[in-house]
Design a protein around this ligand. Sequence first.
Ligand code: ATP
Length: 675
Amino acid sequence: MESGSEKKFPLNAKDYKLYEEIGDGVSATVHRALCIPLNIVVAIKVLDLEKCNNDLDGIRREVQTMSLINHPNVLQAHCSFTAGHQLWVVMPYMAGGSCLHIIKSSYQDGFEEPVIATLLRETLKALVYLHAHGHIHRDVKAGNILLDSNGAVKLADFGVSACMFDTGDRQRSRNTFVGTPCWMAPEVMQQLHGYDFKADVWSFGITALELAHGHAPFSKYPPMKVLLMTLQNAPPGLDYERDKRFSKAFKEMVGTCLVKDPKKRPTSEKLLKHPFFKHARPADYLVKTILNGLPPLGDRYRQIKSKEADLLMQNKSEYEAHLSQQEYIRGISAWNFNLEDLKTQAALISDDDSSHAEEPDFHRKQCERQDESALSPERASSSATAPSQDDELNDIPDLDRSFASFPIKPLQALKGCFDINEDDDNTTTPDWNDANLINTGQQLLTKASIGSLAHTTNEDDTAAQNTSIPRHVIPEQKKYLSGSIIPESTFSPKRITSDADREIQQRRYQTERSYSGSLYRTKRDSADETTEVPHVEHKGRFKVTSADLSPKGSTNSTLTPFGGGSSSPSSLNATSASILPSIQSILQQNAMQREEILRLIKYVEQTSAKQPGSPETSMDELLQTPPATSRERELQSQVMLLQQSFSSLTEELKKQKQRNGQLENQLNALTQRND
Ligand SMILES: Nc1ncnc2c1ncn2[C@@H]1O[C@H](COP(=O)(O)OP(=O)(O)OP(=O)(O)O)[C@@H](O)[C@H]1O
């Protein structure tokens, strides 16, 4: 297949002819297509921006990441552009499809070891590259490992990837919960101390099991159950009995990835040196063993879909359950969500599920702990650690609420941000070349700012603009494509190249993150909670009834949120111990909010200073002056929105300060009592 990497792909839907559907995911459908002027077959991912709701940031991230990467094992986008309310991402067509589709159509029980070693080695090379450049993929799974007709393996789908060098919103987003539950590392679920690239190593281990068995561990369980099982049970692994066909090296490799403590997991770079990967073969081996004889991708996809539909329609209730589970998975995969909510829902699931014969790994593991401990010491001690994990679970904070006052990015603001082409950023092939990136960042800033502001004319959308617009004009920060802020360090010539560097980066990162706090918990547990009317919250695609979720008795004391309401002397130590991190979190949260407010103030000041002829005009006067041009109208509405955000943030800050004071008093009282 012609790669087309040096060609200029047109940014107009008219220049493409969409053929059959070849895949679908949380947010998009993927079509085979023809780029008419270049006569190249491509794959086009079509996303409906109107349905993407508040995940536009994720989409934008995916597009930026995909357009800048340059590695043979990472799927690079040719270009992307908006077409009406859709976003089209043009990519190389991977005729072999995803490993998941190959499994589903012809290898339901998984692949043979040399195939697995080959697929995994190539995937791991992609991860080494991404991690070395500061990216966490966050959604490594067979469905995102694609093969072309020559057996080349590429890791795709950067919808939820994160940059470890990010600041601002994007850094906070690493406190969020993204990925697909079966593949998700425990530390990602827990949201306690943040996570880093080692989360991908866990997902890589799960993917290894998926390729070996034809499905991921716990895949038959509802997502909430998967969360609990991942957190509380021994890590899954290859089973000595059931997996006799696999080598010791493979079992060991999986064992090293699936260690719950991320620090004990190898880096991707180190993992690549594992003897298991010596079994890997060249790309044509994949052509001979798994690709030859497969029906064309479109036919395969259709067959899989109709098979799934038939199976599910056999039993309507099963079908409905499946649909809701799919929604749940999608919800989890696509959106941030609250672990408290899930935990409560998981508790409603009968424990009979645990005896499900679908997951022999898990049950056998209990009997074979001794054997398995040879692979992963954690497994042997998992039963002993389960209760503490449970305790941890009760203390899991929700980290996302504090920025609820910064709403979603509007569709209009995004238009233009996506219209990118590899040629847009100079004439060179996009690369991680630092000098190029600096240029790219600057050029794209101009383009993104102009694009987003120029398109933001729909008054209906202004309510949603108060996040993206200010960020586009925040000075002294480099902007990247559609306006995401990327710090200088992203473009710095220093790359993370060694394990030691990465560990330093990881420590720095974890230190930064560990302060993030829980406004949700604070809010929920506040003294006036009892007066709160039960309400239904919409979290992505979830409906969560908060009233059902509040732990009983938690409203009697302001301490109960953290300690469960007990005031017995024995529980006081535990309570004060658990309260400290929360206080720290809240303090940090306040600091972050203050930072945000300062940025807003700066922006408001700058906006007002830029008003023609009246640098000293007060904000009120400014807003009362009738705008002469649509540009002025636009700026005025932005200023108003900023003012609103500013006052709601100030209020929030006040509340938090009060709350801090209360907590500090309580802590002092507790400490005195303990002494
Ligand atoms: N370039 C491509 N060539 C061939 N098939 C592709 C290509 N890109 C994606 N696909 C197929 O389409 C499916 C869905 O694509 P993708 O994963 O990007 O969508 P998504 O909405 O981001 O999904 P999710 O978030 O669930 O992973 C993939 O699993 C794969 O089978």
